[in-house]
Write a new protein. Structure first.
Length: 362
């Protein structure tokens, strides 16, 4: 295992599997050699996929630019595996299965493999898996942690193992972080409910940076709406179908005046539990109450009342995270790529002009 500080790029950010220990970048080498970034990456990680002439041009350009500290090449020379680690917080959530599928497909296209670790919402288990990844000498890590970036992951980066956070980075960060626009997604969800005449909204979600942003978007939609409307917030520990059903039972105990007419759920699993509990309790969805989930998991379209939701590009995020680790693109390259989409189904009333609503699908 290499030691010492993590390789840095010219902008001060952390190096990736395909980056360098000097000021030169993969893009610099590609431009000098007149080839693509992918060709540069393959030259150092899978040279058999590159013709002798292109390899020679890339290596000459690397030498001219002082691109001698290629992290992927160094790792392979000292015995690091072709494996990348993927750490997720709850594999029972189909979102993470989609994330893993996207990462695995992209990794396979570049001769890499994915080791998937499920922390099951346990910080202790998360730390154990990070130690395991280090013992296996993975070349990089894709991380969707339980909460904030764990100290162990930052320590791995300092010892030379790069990572990409698939999520929202807390403040300024020197490591790559990619996610969908969660604030925009929450705004779309609440705006849709308001547009169909709902005025007593409830946001139900767990304590997670993504969910916090979804809530902020819903709050913005209510604040900007020209008519009086209210948004109640119900916080929960975990966003599962079982918890959603339990929350539905508590709502059913309310009086008619205190009962919401629109709900934004922090994710689809939670929304499906709410849907089941409300229907069992005699609530007509969407006649009495409209419901919007988040993520557009496969089950959303097969519920007894198909779920209106916000589509989240999980597989694309996984694939992009792999490309960043391999130095084939940067965090900046992904800006604007993962926009959320409102998918209108039967748990909400149709709204005139929905087809023209940003992100709406027919």
């Amino acid at each position: 295992m290499t030691s010492g500080p993590a390789p840095k790029k010219a902008d001060g950010s952390a190096a990736t599997v395909g980056d360098v220990a000097s000021a030169a970048t993969v893009g610099d080498v590609a431009a000098r050699a007149g080839v693509s970034r992918a060709t540069v990456s393959y030259t150092f990680t899978q040279p058999n996929r590159v013709s002798p002439d292109l390899r020679r041009r890339v290596l000459e350009a690397a030498d001219e630019l002082g691109y001698v500290g290629n992290d992927a090449a160094r790792r392979l020379r000292v015995g690091h595996s072709l494996a990348l680690g993927l750490l997720v917080s709850n594999m029972s959530n189909p979102v993470y299965a989609e994330l893993a599928a996207g990462a695995e497909a992209e990794a396979a296209a570049h001769g890499r493999f994915i080791l998937v670790a499920n922390s099951d919402e346990s910080p202790a288990r998360e730390r154990a898996y990070l130690n395991f990844f280090e013992s296996q000498q993975v070349s990089g890590i894709l991380a969707a942690p339980v909460g904030d970036v764990p100290a162990e992951l930052l320590g791995l980066r300092e010892r030379g193992t790069p990572f990409v956070l698939v999520g929202v980075a807390p403040g300024p960060h020197s490591y790559p972080a990619i996610s969908g626009d969660n604030e925009r997604g929450g705004y779309l969800a609440a705006s849709h409910l308001l547009a169909q005449g709902r005025r007593r909204l409830v946001f139900i979600g767990g304590a997670h940076p993504h969910v916090d942003l979804r809530l902020a978007g819903a709050e913005r939609a209510v604040a900007e709406f020209p008519e009086p409307a209210a948004l109640e917030i119900i916080r929960i520990q975990v966003q599962t179908a079982k918890v959603g059903e339990a929350v539905a039972r508590t709502l059913l105990r309310r009086s008619a005046t205190g009962f919401p007419d629109g709900i934004v759920a922090g994710n689809d699993l939670l929304a499906l539990g709410l849907l089941h509990g409300l229907i069992v309790g005699g609530i007509r969805v969407p006649e009495d109450l409209s419901l919007v989930g988040y993520d557009d998991i496969e089950f959303a379209d097969f519920a007894i009342v198909p779920l209106t939701t916000i589509r989240h590009p999980s597989a694309a995020l996984g694939a992009s995270a792999v490309r960043i680790l391999l130095g084939m693109e940067s965090e900046q390259d992904t800006k604007g790529r993962f926009e959320p989409e409102l998918v209108v189904r039967a748990t909400s009333l149709p709204v005139a002009g929905d087809d023209d609503h940003p992100g709406a699908l027919s």
